[in-house]
Design a protein around this ligand. Sequence first.
Ligand SMILES: [Zn+2]
Length: 289
Amino acid sequence: MQKPLFGPSGNSEEFYESKLTSTIQAPKWLKEQGLDAFEYSFGRGYIMSSQTAKDIGEEFRKNGIALSLHAPYYINFASQDEVLLGKTMGYIVTGIKFLRNFGADRLIFHPGSAGKMDRHGAFLLTKQRIIDFANNLEEQGLLEGIYLCPETMGKSQQIGTYEEVLQICAGNKHLIPTFDFGHINALTQGSLKTKQDFLNILNRSIEVIGYEKTANAHIHFSKIQYGEKGEIRHLNFDDNLYGPNFEPLAEALIELNLHPRIMSESAGHQSQDAKEMKNIYENLLAQRK
Ligand SMILES: [Zn+2]
């Protein structure tokens, strides 16, 4: 049985407290911690040489840690400005080059923001542009072995409810969803509480994009503080107020036999909380046998 992979998004406090300073030291440390995956963020831009990326990627391969990259936050496929739209596409192309340098296979990105546009019109535009762009990249042979992973977002003006992300991902075989359950929970004012709440989303995913893509989906998991308009800030598993809790998701994953890559985006506690999620999953699995 193929199992989910667990790991942190970015280096955690615990990593730095271990007197480690640089991402090239992360793979060996993650392996020692019993973790399986890592997400490196280029959220603030691609600030790294291709040689450094190759060197870091080599360490991840050697230690058997699955590596994903997060593209810059200013990607916006809903942009009404042709120059900015060109830049958005350039950020994806550069992200693919970095995936090749690192030997990584997933590029996570935020689809776009409606801004002052009509929300639904902005979604339709975003969907069509992402699908056309992915088809174009695929025709050029640039997506072999690669997944582009649009993320579910936590604020109402951002494109990326889970239904929207599924509709986008239905358009090309290289598009798979990043379910950010903290975002989904924040946007829906705390709707994710029971196993059934998670099953509803995952079964809908199987219906729209199929079992394979759902089984291999990317997941961001953290507790997130929210207000009326959604996401406010990321918390860690110490929080008892906002949620969501990981147990019901783990139960749903086991029930549907899904093995996604699950990244902790907890505030500072990414590695501890990734280990906690892995423990919760393993314990539930053992109880079922
Ligand atoms: Zn993100």
